[in-house]
Design a protein. Structure first.
Lengths: 316, 356, 320
């Protein structure tokens, strides 16, 4: 637990550093005004999906299909919009479809007992493929301003993007779920020792299933946010994003073995990653450096606890 | 048990959604569409002095494409000659939304002008509109963004000339009759689709009555994908006699595949290719000829247009003229489009004169 | 047991090829078969290293980036000396594998996270080295490019190289103690330690092999494709893992063969080509690959459960 707090403090320091670097590059507008709005909008999608994924990883599973669910939901929005459906109907349907995608993942993992890494690599391809089947290669872009403004203008009177508001809501919800309910304690128990959790009466399969469903639904929600922000529904939206989300979760100090991690850490990590990317670009630093730094940060996140353990003499 | 309850809840939500649908709501037809992002119309002052120390950002489709590297060279040369500050940036992948962060960055950095080749004409529109509101001028080149999101579009050659030229080249290469296919870039690229539409119109003319277009494949401007799509085209259509690939990545990949396969010499290939990439294949006969324009000149013209806009010499209206250094004087056409000039054809005879 | 699994893949392959050939006989023409084998080569080569890694209950997500980095450095080195270029390419891969192996095998840190990190680091290094450049076929020696598309006695060079590497790995895994120990490590890591298997060293070696093979694949990618930039190999890791899983290698380790994995690569690549030929929109390819992957995992799981149940019955019978 102590090493975790230490890691989160490190993340916080990093966040401050990022803010300083970014502000230096833009004469202060990184944290205020349009700059803050841009950074917020850029990191919102990854941050949103990282919330439920945190619980999944704490439960010692993983879901690599999230970006494909995002793409599928974007494609569905485009297809249904072209078919004349009203947006008010499209959006809830899309979230339900996302939840169904999550349910399929959950079914394969809990009922059939298949390893989630391999399964979600399979559904990553399956859902992305379905996105292309639904919308093909076209891009749908004629969404009305009344909706796209949620992606392009901030909350009136502030510079906060609506997507960040959504993120804050989800962060609170998932934070409470993980850290303040029996459900959350059960998730930790499952990740720490699944057998023991089962013997102590925890309904492991049911809980894991719910986690996958939640992840799918939030991924679909992220797809809505993404589509409205860029005012463009495409089947290839979000390709490769799953790696960013997993990186954010792992960087946040969540152990890949399960049983340890905090929502707070993941929030900090998402902010650091998103802020760092934008700060470096603002400094006209090529994005290959961003890749390099992201990779090194990830390695550091997993070595820091191992190193501190070794230094204290305990066996890892 | 959990699944049954979940399924029930999903069904209820879905039913509610359908009911809502019945009640109306924001649909394609009644939504009133998206608004334009036009700036206030000011009048152009052709005699305004050319501003100096303007901050210009060059943002290509992606940074690994040598075609854009050459265009960047031209834009940089022109900018420096005029005394402006030039910088280039860009994403490493050609995804629709990758450029948005860079557009926002340019606006935040207070850049005066942006030279952009858009990956997706719509995905970048909101960011461009926001940037223009802050006073940044936007000049698109090679691949346009939505017309109401930019000031001027530099088109490399008129779409009609490019497309008609491609059709003529392949027709000559296959002797006027046979099946052909098109290997394009990404399905959304504005320029590709414009050219393909005109190609189809050309093929409908009586002069090309004996030529049949079998298929349009998309190589996504990715070398390996284009390579494998070429394989697929040749296998799927055994009587294929010619391929048009109006993208430098596609034509290079297709040429390489033909060169190393049993189809060499039997299937003709033409397209839009750079001399350096195509030299080997034109010299060994795999490809007869390709067309292109000088991307350096394209970049140069874009830079001149951006400077003219920022100096107030033009506002992007039809009929306005501006000077582009040694390229001469250009007039803005309809919808803010400026055409660079006619395309160049590269054959065995002249390809060694060019180095890009 | 595993022989039956490989047979299953072969049957699936035969069905796909057979059906497609009926629709379009060109699919099985000389050029067609050459194309099928060549397209699968690079992924099949990568599956050799990945199989060894996965058998020990690890995963190497950095292979795509290693291939890309090695490919570009190789292409650049051609300007200096062709032979040196090939050596350098393989060495770059080995170095990357060494880094992975040290971090995972000796540092005892989860491979998923480590290789996810090195995926970014190596790709970042690739971009920095390339600096936006692209190297074309015109810059590469003809002899080398011929390696990518030429053949001897009708069999393409790339296929021969892949088969040789495959054979060496198969023999090592099947007949040498150090190879068989990998299965033990994957089946039960704690037991492996107790039995005296040098787990750290073995795991280190698997990553070293995976990296070296990826380096070799990078060199061959240059020969095959001729045009190289910093994005070569992006996304390949997921294809490789899909191939490995479809090929019967359990993601939890402890079972599977390189032959099966290579066949998995061939099957997936063939499906892609087959769809083109029968005019099914390419869009369906990814969906079908995904569905196939899930089916393969479910099948393997079903089989594994049956085998475990049978073993339990047998052991109960014996102890009675």
């Amino acid at each position: 637990m102590k090493s975790l707090l230490r890691w989160e403090s490190a993340l916080f320091v990093l966040l401050v550093l990022v803010a300083v670097v970014g502000s230096a590059a833009t004469g202060g507008s990184f944290l205020t005004g349009q700059g803050a709005f841009n950074v917020g909008s850029d990191l919102a999608v990854v941050a949103l999906i990282a919330m439920p994924l945190t619980l999944v990883v704490v439960a010692a599973e993983i879901d690599l299909s999230v970006a494909s669910v995002l793409g599928l939901s974007s494609a569905l929005i485009g297809m249904l919009w072209n078919a004349g459906w009203p947006l008010e109907a499209i959006l809830p349907v899309v979230i339900v479809v996302g939840a169904v995608c999550g349910a399929i993942n959950g079914f394969l993992v809990t009922k059939l007992g298949l390893p989630s890494l391999a399964v979600t690599i399979g559904t990553l391809a399956l859902y992305r493929g379905l996105a292309f089947v639904v919308l093909g290669d076209q891009a749908v872009a004629d969404f009305p301003d009344s909706y796209t403004q949620f992606g392009t203008t901030p909350v009136p009177g502030t510079w906060i993007p609506y997507s960040i508001v959504l993120f804050v809501v989800l962060a609170v919800v998932f934070g409470l779920l993980l850290h303040a309910t029996t459900f959350g304690r059960a998730v930790f128990a499952i990740g720490a020792n699944e057998e023991a959790a089962r013997f102590s009466g925890i309904r492991v399969k049911r809980i894991k299933f719910i986690l996958f469903v939640l992840t799918g639904a939030v991924a679909a929600l992220a797809g809505i946010v993404y589509t409205l922000r860029y005012a463009s529904a495409r089947a290839d939206n979000g390709t490769g994003l799953e790696l960013n989300v997993v990186t954010a979760v792992l960087l946040g100090g969540v152990s890949i073995f399960g049983g340890r991690g905090t929502i707070g850490g993941v929030i900090l990590a998402a902010l650091v990653l998103g802020g760092l990317t934008d700060a470096l670009i603002l400094d006209d630093i090529a994005n290959e450096v961003v890749k390099l730094v992201t990779g090194i940060l990830l390695l550091a996140s997993v070595f820091a606890p191992a190193v501190t353990k070794r230094l204290r003499g305990a066996t890892p | 048990m959990k699944r049954a309850g979940f399924a029930k809840r999903a069904a209820v939500l879905a039913a509610a959604a359908v009911l809502l649908a019945g009640c109306g709501g924001t649909t394609k037809d009644n939504s009133g569409g998206s608004s334009g992002g036009g700036q206030t119309q000011t009048t152009a002052n052709p005699n305004a002095p050319t501003a100096k120390d303007l901050k210009i950002t060059f943002l290509p489709k992606q940074v690994n494409n040598p075609y854009f590297t050459v265009a960047q060279g031209g834009a940089e040369k022109a900018s420096t000659a005029l005394g402006e500050q030039f910088k280039a940036t860009g994403p490493s992948d050609a995804d629709a939304s990758s450029q948005v962060t860079y557009i926002n960055t340019a606006a935040q950095q207070g850049q005066n002008a942006l030279l952009l080749a858009a990956n997706d004409s719509n995905a970048v529109a909101p960011a461009l509109k926001a940037a223009r509101k802050q006073g940044m001028k936007v000049v698109t080149f090679d691949s346009d963004a939505a017309a109401d999101a930019r000031d001027v579009f530099i088109n490399q050659a008129s779409s009609q000339e490019i497309a008609a030229g491609q059709v003529k080249l392949i027709s000559d290469a296959i002797g006027g009759s046979g099946e052909i296919a098109i290997l394009s870039a990404t399905a959304n690229a504005t320029n590709q689709n414009a050219w393909i539409d005109i190609m189809k119109q050309e093929l409908a003319k009586p002069a090309y009555a004996n030529i049949k277009l079998d298929e349009i494949a998309y190589g996504n401007d990715d070398d390996q994908t284009s390579f494998q799509k070429t394989q697929g085209l040749l296998q799927a259509h055994p009587n294929l006699k010619g391929i048009i690939s109006p993208t430098t990545v596609g034509v290079a990949a297709a040429a390489r595949y033909l060169d190393s396969s049993s189809y060499k010499g039997k299937v003709a290939l033409t397209g839009l290719g750079t001399p350096n990439q195509m030299r080997k294949f034109i010299q060994d006969g795999t490809v007869g000829s390709v067309e292109l324009w000088d991307p350096a000149k394209l970049g140069e013209l874009a830079a001149y247009a951006a400077v003219a806009l920022s100096s107030g010499q033009i506002t992007g209206q039809q009929g306005e003229k501006f000077k582009a250094g040694d390229l001469g004087e250009y007039t803005i056409g309809a919808k803010g489009e400026v055409v660079l000039g006619p395309p160049l054809t590269f054959t065995k005879d002249n390809i060694d004169k060019y180095n890009f | 047991m595993t022989a039956i699994r490989e047979l299953g893949i072969l049957i699936a392959l035969a069905v796909v090829v057979g059906v497609t050939a009926i629709v379009n006989p060109l699919f099985l023409s000389g050029q067609g078969i050459r194309d099928l084998l060549l397209n699968a080569c690079l992924v099949a080569l990568l599956t050799v290293g990945q199989t060894m890694v996965v058998i020990t209950r690890n995963v190497d997500l950095s292979v795509g980036s290693v291939l890309g980095l090695s490919a570009f450095i190789t292409a650049d080195t051609f300007a200096v000396n062709p032979v040196l270029a090939v050596v350098v390419g393989i060495a770059v891969g080995a170095l990357c594998g060494l880094v992975n192996g040290a971090l995972v095998g000796l540092g005892k840190v989860p491979s998923l996270v480590v290789t996810l990190g090195t995926l970014s680091v190596f790709r970042g290094l690739d971009f920095m080295w390339a600096h936006g450049r692209q190297i074309n076929a015109a810059n590469l020696p003809d002899g080398f490019l011929a390696l990518g598309s030429g053949s001897v006695l009708g069999v393409p060079y790339l296929v021969i190289i892949t088969l040789v590497v495959l054979a060496v790995a198969a023999v090592h895994l099947g007949s040498y103690r150090s190879g068989r120990e990998l299965y033990a490590i994957g089946s039960n890591p704690e037991a492996a330690v107790l039995v005296g298997i040098p787990v750290g060293r073995r795991v280190f070696t698997t990553f070293l092999v995976s990296g070296t093979v990826a380096g070799l694949a990078g060199v061959l990618a240059v020969a095959r494709y001729g045009t190289v930039d910093a994005t070569v190999g992006t996304g390949l890791e997921l294809q490789v893992i899909s191939a490995v899983v479809v090929g019967g290698v359990a993601i939890f380790g402890g079972s599977g063969t390189v032959a099966g994995a290579a066949l998995g690569a061939l099957l997936l690549s063939t499906i892609g080509s087959a769809l083109e030929v029968v005019h099914i929109a390419q869009f369906w390819q990814q969906a079908i690959t995904g569905a196939l992957l899930i089916a393969a995992i479910a099948l393997d799981r079903g089989v594994a459960l049956r085998v475990a149940a049978r073993l339990r019955r047998q052991s109960r019978g014996v102890s009675a």
